[in-house]
Design a protein. Structure first.
Length: 94
């Protein structure tokens, strides 16, 4: 295991927080200084997810990434509550 992977495995939460913040800050700064960022502003929304996948891969390899992505499909409440959460704001706006 390389030194960088050992570091990430030792401090995964800190690496995630610093990585997500740094990547988003770089995109915001590129927009502020009007540097052409080749459409990365749309990706900014997904930077925490990208960092989470990277940290999971560094800590546990492909199995960790599969476990992380598999947890997205777990529904902890009934689907009617998800429908309410998604449709209620639209109904109120009308």
């Amino acid at each position: 295991m390389s030194a960088s992977r050992r570091f990430v495995a030792s401090y995964p939460v800190a690496v995630f927080i610093v990585g997500a913040f740094t990547l988003q800050a770089l995109i915001v700064l590129s927009q502020h200084f009007q540097i052409h960022n080749h459409g990365l502003s749309g990706v900014r929304l997904f930077m925490p997810a990208i960092c989470a996948i990277g940290v999971s891969f560094a800590v546990a390899g492909g199995a960790g990434v599969r476990t992380l992505l598999r947890s997205l499909a777990v529904w902890r409440v009934a689907p009617k509550f998800y429908a309410f959460a998604l449709l209620y704001p639209a109904a109120v706006a009308l």
